[in-house]
Design a protein around this ligand. Structure first.
Ligand SMILES: *[C@@H]1O[C@H](CO)[C@@H](O)[C@H](O)[C@H]1NC(C)=O
Length: 780
């Protein structure tokens, strides 16, 4: 502006003078302390305090020319990750602003016009602060002449907590408003009045605690509210502990890693590690593991995404809400769905029709939930999710005229949770906004629902009881760790004993220093991109199911990428099933069910949607009890994300087990695994390998399978008495359960349908098999 005119206005003159003044002092750079009477100026972008080990930098952090914050950031992070800000609400000007340790012992941030934007208030009659020092921990401390700390930035966190920074009852981590928008946002991490650490959304329209699962009691969430000390924090290793019993660890637990815990603007609390080589951040723990993302969540019918570029903004109705008498309503049922909170009225022992009527007659009612004779009417839709564990349905109230045609991809809705909220700003105008929040609901709820459903399938016959919920997250992550290459070299005696090799790499047997026997896979070259590897490791760590091979850790050094997993005694299924070897019926059924459970977990319950893409007997390992464990999951996604040439990344899998859509160049869905499962299931029944029966490189492989399916179908239709004996492995010699075999043939045939829409989901395969699981004991 005026600054470039020949005649200077008084203000510009001031700027010029102060600028020159500070340039004179600019010689004292890369210092780690500020003495009384000195300042940092905004103009000189090298006028900083740097911690002795150079990890942290303190100074002015700016966007554009007129928004500067007095901040602390990680020196070596790609986009200057800010960990603390003095003046987040009031950025200062890019010219003439300065922060100084004043003569009276207070640290003061002044804008260009001299207004005090922030101060440490440490001046005392006896002298106040003598110097400001930036420590290696990232803590900016003000000390008096005796060296006593009068003020420290650790006591005033913004949205980030650093290792060894105590988090106490008076503190809050409050998110930013959005990417690049440093103002105070709506999500907070804090100790609640009952001594429990929580996450809360406190927005303009509503307030809602969403973590840990608000519908559980404190203890059920693995917390306690008895300890009133309200203190929490984490160490350099990445172990977080809190007086409310919240404990978790970074999956890359260990020293020499820079970490931060940040309340992110999308409402998730995350622990990060700085990857030294890329200077970018890797998530090593997060409070909410299932968040809405494009493609993972959707709006219920009758609603649409409010802002397609920002899913956090949720859904809005496709209709003009009205309370007019003449409005004709309809209800749209969503099975196994619920929205959290905002119940208007609860009715017990009431018929469905009366429940519906209650909702119709109450203008505030937007939906009702009906389950086992009880009825809740809902005044707002918030935090919705779909899970097979939710009994009953939710019924959305929609105008008769609104379009409720099914979404183009109904599966998306089923695998995910929707978060919708409505609030009324005025009752007369009845203007409504629906927000779809990024978070699903509490981690407790998410973890619990997903883990429970896995366990429920596994244990429902024997116990029927819920698993201990406290085990939750700590259990999942605590056993996962990073290994040193030298350690693995020693464990495998320099990679001596090879267990097997495949497209993804070579597997060696090893014994760790704690005497655990492990399988160590050296990944093939295609997995060597560091970012890709990290992303994949963080997916694998979340997968925990007894029918999936458990991964204990990983190693990433230079060009080496290794995964360390449990060692499974009995080797792979192909070594037991096919002649000259033989498996009894009991084992065959158990293996078929186990594989189905593992795949169902990957497809439906896992925290991230995983398609295996290479289900075959070689990838099914058997433990000492012949319980199957699926290996090599997660790698499909990994190689695809790796930016390879399209052919090799697209075609994955093994001939004979690959669904026809691979060849048709269709998009790949979980149904490719269902197809492969079908082939494996029929091989388990028949005891032969279909793909071995014909010459390679012709359609013969398919034909062999097709012929089997055709014959089986015909025999079933004709009700031939002996059909089953003909279709099964003759070596069983009648020693099998007819009910189970019939069900398995039926499932196998439906899984290998050419049309993928006709194939069942893995969830329903598990259900069908469970229904005949006990037959085994009755017959045979
Ligand atoms: C409360 O929590 C703190 C911090 O975790 C711990 O040191 C203290 O022993 C706990 N007090 C009780 C009574 O359990």
């Amino acid at each position: 502006m005026g600054c470039y005119r020949p005649v200077l206005s008084p203000k510009c003159f001031l700027i010029l003078v102060t600028t020159l003044f500070f340039y004179c002092f600019a010689t004292a750079k890369t210092r780690n302390s500020l003495e009384r009477g000195s300042s940092l100026s905004v103009e000189d972008d090298s006028d900083f305090l740097i911690s002795p080990d150079k990890s942290f930098t303190c100074g002015f952090f700016g966007v554009g020319t007129n928004a500067y914050w007095f901040s602390i950031w990680f020196t070596n992070s790609k986009d200057r990750t800010v960990v603390w800000m003095a003046n987040r609400e009031r950025p200062v000007n890019g010219m003439g602003s300065r922060v100084s340790l004043s003569r009276d012992g207070s640290m003061v941030l002044r804008d260009v016009d001299g207004t005090i934007v922030w101060e440490s208030s440490t001046s005392t009659p006896t002298g106040g602060a003598e110097r400001a020092e930036l420590l290696n921990s990232g803590n900016l401390v003000l000390k008096d002449s005796q060296g006593k700390t009068l003020w420290q930035s650790f006591d005033f966190p913004t949205d980030t907590l650093l290792p060894n920074q105590p988090f106490t009852k008076s503190m809050k981590l409050i998110s930013m408003l959005g990417k690049g928008n440093f103002g105070t946002g709506y999500y907070s991490f804090y100790f609640d009045n009952d001594n429990v650490l929580r996450l809360i959304y406190d927005g303009p329209d509503m307030t809602s605690v969403y973590w840990p699962n608000p519908s559980n009691r404190v203890l059920a969430n693995g917390r306690t509210n008895y300890n009133t000390s309200r203190i929490a924090g984490f160490d350099e290793m990445g172990n977080f502990v809190s007086s409310d019993d919240l404990k978790f660890s970074a999956f890359d637990m260990g020293m020499r890693v820079k970490r931060r815990l940040t309340m992110d603007y999308d409402g998730n609390l995350r622990l990060y590690s700085l990857s030294g080589s890329t200077e970018s951040w890797v998530i090593t723990w997060q409070a909410l593991t299932q968040q809405c993302k494009r493609g993972k969540c959707s709006c219920p019918r009758g609603y649409e995404v409010a802002d397609t570029t920002d899913w956090h903004k949720g859904c809005k109705p496709k209709f003009q809400p009205t309370c007019s008498q003449s409005q004709q309503w309809k209800f749209m049922q969503i099975q196994h769905a619920d929205f959290y909170g905002f119940d208007l009225i609860y009715y017990e022992s009431i018929s469905f029709l009366r429940c519906r009527k209650q909702c119709l007659e109450d203008c505030r009612c937007q939906a009702f939930s009906y389950r086992e004779d009880s009825c809740y009417t809902k005044g707002a839709l918030f935090n919705g999710y779909v899970s097979p564990n939710i009994p009953g349905s939710i019924y959305l109230r929609l105008p008769q005229s609104v379009d409720t045609s099914p979404p183009t991809n109904p599966n998306v809705f089923n695998t995910c949770r929707i978060n919708v909220s409505t609030t009324h700003t005025s009752t007369s105008k009845r203007e409504r906004w629906i927000y779809l929040y990024s978070f699903a609901s509490a981690i407790g709820a998410v973890e619990f629902l997903f883990i429970l459903s896995g366990w429920w399938l596994l244990f429902r016959r024997s116990h029927g009881a819920a698993p201990p919920q406290e085990d939750g997250y700590a259990l999942l992550s605590s056993q996962f760790r990073m290994f040193l290459y030298a350690e693995l070299k020693k464990a495998t005696k320099n990679f001596k004993e090879e267990l097997g090799r495949g497209a993804s790499g070579v597997v060696y047997k090893g014994v760790l220093s704690d005497e655990r026997v492990v399988a160590i896979k050296k990944l093939a070259d295609i997995y060597k991109g560091e970012q890709v590897f990290w992303a994949e490791v963080s997916t694998i760590v979340k997968v925990n199911h007894m029918n999936l091979l458990r991964t204990w850790g990983f190693c990433s050094e230079d060009k080496q990428r290794l995964l360390i997993s449990e060692y499974v005694e009995n080797g792979s299924l192909d070594k037991h099933l096919f002649p000259p070897n033989f498996l009894g019926w009991k084992e065959r059924f158990k293996i078929a069910l186990g594989i189905a459970k593992g795949l169902a977990y990957l497809h439906h319950e896992c925290l991230e949607w995983v398609i295996h893409c290479d289900v075959k007997p070689e990838n099914i390992l058997l433990d000492s009890n012949f319980e199957p464990k699926i290996a090599d999951f997660g790698l499909a996604k990994l190689s695809q994300r790796g930016g390879l040439n399209s052919v090799s990344s697209h075609i994955r899998g093994t001939k004979g087990y690959m669904a026809p859509e691979w060849a048709l160049n269709l998009s790949i869905t979980a149904k490719v695994d269902v197809y492969s499962y079908g082939v494996v299931l029929l091989e388990i029944l028949k005891g032969i390998r279909f793909s071995n029966r014909v010459v390679e490189n012709s359609d013969g492989e398919e034909a062999e399978l097709k012929r089997f399916v055709k014959v089986a179908k015909r025999k079933i239709q004709c009700g031939e008495d002996q059909w089953m004996e003909d279709m099964l492995d003759p070596r069983l010699e009648g020693q099998f359960s007819r009910n189970q075999a019939a069900k398995m043939v039926e499932i196998g045939i439906s899984c290998v349908e050419e049309d993928r829409n006709k194939r069942p989901t893995m969830d329903s395969v598990v259900q069908m098999l469970l229904e005949c699981e006990e037959e085994h004991n009755i017959q045979q």
